[in-house]
Design a protein around this ligand. Structure first.
Ligand code: ADP
Length: 398
């Protein structure tokens, strides 16, 4: 079975064609600048040179048509005809509280995605355009929506409700949803398999640390808590997002700087985080580590603040889960930054968690990085959201 995985953004569209016989990626690529002048498609097939198509893409529909053309191209393609694609899996940001798991797309599903435009204003409209473009370009093929918020739907009310008047929850569904759900679902399930954790011993903390970062606590692959909230702004200090702040800061700055709440939210999303703490040096942890090692105090502050918040969150989740059986690191930082992993876990030696410095040298691949006598197994487990979406698509279409 071959599954086309689509991740549509407002002006971009990422895709992968995965052969589910062996879960191999046959082709993948990216359409950029959809609806903007200078659109291009970069199509990658393992072992071949990149195939670049520079053609106008006024809509997501034309983007999908170009993707299908590339997939069947006699020279750069990987299938003879579109008929070889069995199903399409779509990443959808927000399913509100209606969808607690992935689902096959029908008119009702599209209606819910539309109703959640408010909650995911940048992503949901694009996700829906991706779905509708595939329905038109490949009529009759099953489409599956995999919601980033689904993983957070197993939270109990005491974990997902904000302590604000009830009417905002009942009227507007203001609650903690959590994001990176597909990644947390994949990494927590794979951690259980990889470590062979028996039932009753499946308390897992997943640290997805990348440009956007979040941490989840789960039992048996079901989320108990997660650090992102109504939007991905809550929780950890991130590349350019502030994470948790006192909401009164918003009012104070808006009043003093005479800016709107919208402008303030753009600042909190795009100009804050380690980028801001480092004095606008960079949001990339490699740049920050280099600057910090050269004595840049702001870069050091940014890295320290990031680590401090990660430690507080893991510590909180150790309490929430009454201990843990495994802690897994994923995301660009989690998978590659050995020093950060060691610095974070150093704070948990009190609980008998120990990192093996040799094992912790690993980058970008699965490995146990704790010592054999560590009370909790600590691992690196690279995330694979596309594969998770493809697996859900197979599950729901077979
Ligand atoms: P996104 O949230 O955009 O998917 P990623 O998970 O790809 O982000 O993570 C990207 C981030 O990972 C980069 O901004 C960089 O800070 C960090 N990163 C990548 N490689 C390394 C590395 N070798 N050492 C430290 N940080 C790294």
């Amino acid at each position: 079975m071959k599954v086309l995985v689509i991740n549509a953004g407002s002006s971009s569209l990422k895709y992968q064609l995965i052969d589910m016989e062996d879960e191999s990626v046959r082709a993948k690529g990216l359409c950029e600048r959809i609806g903007i002048e200078g659109s291009r498609l970069t199509h990658k097939v393992p072992g071949k040179e990149d195939f670049v198509v520079e053609e106008p893409m006024p809509t997501h529909q034309t983007a999908i048509e170009l993707v299908l053309r590339a997939l069947i191209d006699p020279e750069h393609g990987v299938v003879k005809s579109v008929d070889e694609i069995d199903a399409i899996g779509h990443r959808v940001l927000h399913g509100g509280s209606t969808y607690t798991e992935s689902t096959r797309v029908n008119e009702d599903v599209k209606k819910v995605i539309r109703e959640c435009f408010d909650l995911g204003p940048l992503h949901n409209p694009a996700n829906l355009m991706g779905i509708e473009a595939c329905e038109k370009a490949m009529p009759g093929k099953p489409n599956v929506a995999v919601f980033d918020t689904a993983f957070g739907m197993s939270l109990k009310p005491f974990a997902y409700r904000y302590a604000i008047p009830e009417e905002y929850y009942t009227k507007y569904k203001i609650r903690r949803y959590g994001f990176h759900g597909t990644s947390h679902m994949y990494v927590s399930a794979e951690t259980i398999k990889y470590l062979n954790l028996p039932e009753g011993h499946q308390r897992v903390i997943v640290c997805h640390l990348g440009n956007g970062s979040s941490i989840s606590a789960s039992i048996g692959g079901k989320a108990v808590d997660t650090s992102m909230g109504l939007t991905p702004l809550e929780g950890l200090v991130m590349g350019t997002r502030s994470g948790d702040i006192d909401p009164a800061v918003v009012q104070f700055i808006c009043d003093h700087e005479h800016i709107s709440v919208d402008e303030m939210l753009t600042i909190l999303n795009k100009k804050s985080g380690v980028y801001a703490l480092s004095g606008n040096l960079s949001s990339d942890f490699r740049d920050l580590a280099k600057a910090s090692s050269e004595g840049n105090e702001k870069a050091t502050l940014a890295l320290d603040a990031f680590r401090h918040k990660v430690v507080k969150t893991i510590g909180g989740y150790l309490g929430v889960l009454n201990g843990a059986d495994a802690i897994a690191f994923a995301g660009g930082i989690g998978e590659n930054d050995a020093e950060m992993r060691a610095d974070i876990m150093k704070q948990f030696t009190y609980a008998g968690i120990r990192i093996d410095p040799e094992a912790n040298r690993v980058r970008g691949k699965r490995a146990v990085i704790s010592t054999p006598d560590s009370t909790v197994k600590v691992i690196v487990l690279p995330t694979n959201e596309e594969l998770a979406i493809a697996r859900e698509t197979v599950r729901l279409t077979q």
